[in-house]
Write a protein that binds this ligand. Structure first.
Ligand SMILES: [Zn+2]
Length: 141
């Protein structure tokens, strides 16, 4: 449940580490001018501050409800996937930038997916396949 909050919050170190992995993936795709940030909108979910994937100027998309918050049960891989989906949503909704696309099927949008404890970009063409991994997760976090 969303609740308003008076004071602003800082993203956790874990969130910033997850964002850095997503940002490296963006940089690799030649989209490094989009230095993404986590934007606090001063609401809480289950007592945790909510953040959105913001562009360098602070604009973000809330259209797909890709909000980000910490949760004791959330693994680091899940946090990376959550942030990747939020960045993807902001880029397409605000900038009309389709990122990323399948390495095998050019122009085909892919979605983030968890595969055991790693994060991959998944393409739905045919019976579906992994397009490429999303960064390299540290072994233990
Ligand atoms: Zn594909």
């Amino acid at each position: 449940m969303l609740e308003d909050r008076a004071e602003s919050a800082e993203p956790s170190l874990r969130m910033l580490r997850a964002l850095a992995i997503v940002q490296a993936n963006l940089d690799d795709a030649g989209l490094g001018e989009y230095v993404m940030q986590l934007v606090d909108d001063r609401t809480n979910m289950e007592g945790h501050p909510i953040f959105w994937a913001g562009l360098p100027d602070g604009r973000f998309s809330a259209s797909s409800n890709c909000y980000i918050f910490e949760n004791a049960d959330r693994t680091f891989a899940e946090l990376v996937a959550l942030i990747a989906a939020a960045v993807q949503d902001t880029l397409i909704e605000v900038e009309r930038v389709m990122w990323p696309t399948c390495v095998t099927h050019p122009g085909r949008w892919v979605e983030v997916r968890l595969s055991s404890n790693s994060v991959v970009w998944w393409c739905e063409v045919g019976s579906g396949h992994i397009s490429h991994p999303l960064g390299h997760l540290p072994a233990v976090l």
